[in-house]
Write a new protein. Structure first.
Length: 479
């Protein structure tokens, strides 16, 4: 049956190879189980946002809801990829977009005086609508037109900029980079700082080295192993033991209760829809539209890059150099994003870590089935996830940032029409703490340079529309 459905022989693979590949993909991306709720919920009840005055109980609820939703959407998205597209690619909540979600809707709501739970649910509305737009673009073929029309320099700079943004967040979460009233930021004060903050920074730096060394030695699951090693170091450095009393059926049940109370029901809260277009943390209808477009565009180009790169590695390109069944894969991605919003988490995307499974020999959807079944087991280990500190997940963020930066190496730095917009896109994401701002500034600069140098072409109409939208945003919306 497996042979007939997945055509294993035709794909030059076996059941054993597909199982090993599926396990490899899972261990390469399992860190998302711990990192995504920490990112969306700003660390939860004991995180930095709760320390900044947000309701700790509400932040804990959001953490639990996102934890369950993150796993469910990974199961749904990866299973879709297995059974519909029949490709060895896994899906889960996208890095960078989860941090962007927190900045706009969770921490943004708190600092704007909006209830954080309502802010979180209003974000689900935006994600839901961006997923519907992405789905419409995928099934109508418009996605392909937009992808070809966007300047190549911006396509390469966007994932690299997201990587830099993710790394910056990781440095902040671990306390490696701290605030300074004169220079804005500074390196952690090891000499005069308190041991509680210094130890977290040191653990994160050591964790990054561990992940990098294991990666260089081609150890599968180097990121999740690095997170676990960093967790052990964290408690050793602080001379304390993690709260093991949380390992109970009641803790697991509480995760599901919070998921039911505010996660899976969030999209159906009428007040959340009103806040999505009029809330103080959003800034109005125009800003909401910009956010929908931004999430859709980032998801689109992140997925395109992952599909093309991974398919090329696996030799799964057609005669035109495009991934086989690419439209089906994009449809799976957009459906998973819609499903993620319904379940209660940020944008779902195809994971670049799928390349680990492909490298292990995965060639069919059977690989993805194995990966999704592994995620199913994770539903019942939420107490384990809760003892992992931000200092242990920060190295994963920084390392993923390193991996995403490699896209920038493909930018033609000799051509200033490409180099300047790409650089601005890259640097303005972390500098303005906004992926959207980076894309907008990059698009505006590309259009202006093209116009003023006589290089403007008909295909630049799409990026021009995006640039004009961002000009209005910067003029009329503070964000």
């Amino acid at each position: 049956m497996l042979e007939r459905f997945f055509k294993l022989k035709e794909s030059h693979t076996t059941v054993r190879t597909e199982i090993v590949a599926g396990l490899t993909t899972f261990f390469a991306m399992a860190y998302i189980v711990f990192v995504n709720p920490a990112q969306v919920a700003a660390g939860g009840a004991g995180g930095w946002l709760a320390g900044a005055g947000a309701d700790a109980a509400a932040m804990g609820q959001i953490w639990n809801a996102v934890y369950i939703a993150s796993i469910l959407v990974a199961i749904v998205g990866t299973m879709l990829m297995a059974l519909y597209a029949k490709l060895p690619f896994a899906q889960a909540c996208g890095m960078g977009l989860n941090a962007f979600f927190c900045t706009c809707f969770v921490s943004g709501a708190h600092f704007a005086g909006v209830d954080v739970t309502l802010g979180y649910q209003s974000g689900l509305v935006i994600i839901f609508l961006s997923g519907l737009v992405f789905l419409a673009l995928s099934v109508t073929g418009t996605r392909e037109y937009i992808a070809k029309a966007m300047p190549d320099c911006l396509k390469k700079a966007i994932p690299a900029g997201i990587g830099l943004f993710i790394a910056f967040i990781g440095f902040q979460n671990a306390g490696i980079i701290q605030a300074n009233p004169y220079t804005l930021v500074q390196f952690v004060d090891i000499h005069g700082g308190e041991w509680a903050s210094v130890s977290g920074a040191l653990v994160a730096l050591l964790g990054l080295v561990i992940i990098a060394v294991l990666g260089k030695l081609r150890v599968k699951g180097n990121i999740i192993l690095g997170i676990l090693a960093s967790t052990v170091l964290y408690y050793l450095f602080r001379g304390e033991m993690p709260e093991l009393s949380g390992f109970s059926l009641d803790a697991i049940r509480q995760s599901f209760r919070d998921f039911s109370a505010i996660g899976v029901t969030g999209l159906f809260n009428g007040e959340a829809w009103a806040q999505a277009f009029s809330g103080a943390h959003i800034g109005g209808v125009f800003s909401a539209v910009i956010l929908i477009i931004t999430f859709c565009l980032v998801d689109m180009f992140d997925t395109i890059g992952t599909l093309y790169g991974t398919a090329a590695q696996a030799g799964m390109l057609d005669e035109h150099g495009d991934p086989i069944r690419v439209n089906k894969a994009m449809t799976c991605d957009s459906v998973a994003t819609v499903a993620g919003a319904v379940l209660g988490t940020s944008t779902c995307t195809t994971f670049v870590e799928s390349s680990a499974g492909v490298a292990a020999g995965g060639r069919t959807g059977l690989t993805s089935i194995v990966t999704s079944l592994c995620f199913l087991v994770c539903l019942f280990v939420s107490p384990l996830a809760s003892i992992i500190p931000s200092a242990a997940t920060a190295p994963a963020l920084i390392f993923v940032g390193v991996l995403m930066l490699k896209n920038f190496a493909q930018v033609d730095m000799e051509d200033l029409r490409a180099a300047v917009p790409a650089f601005l896109t890259l640097i303005m994401m972390p500098m303005t703490y906004s992926i959207a701002n980076g894309i907008g500034i990059g698009a505006i600069s590309y259009v202006l340079i093209s116009l003023l140098t006589g290089k403007y072409q008909k295909k630049d109409l799409v990026v021009t529309i995006i640039a004009v939208l961002f000009v209005f945003k910067f003029i009329f919306v503070t964000m």
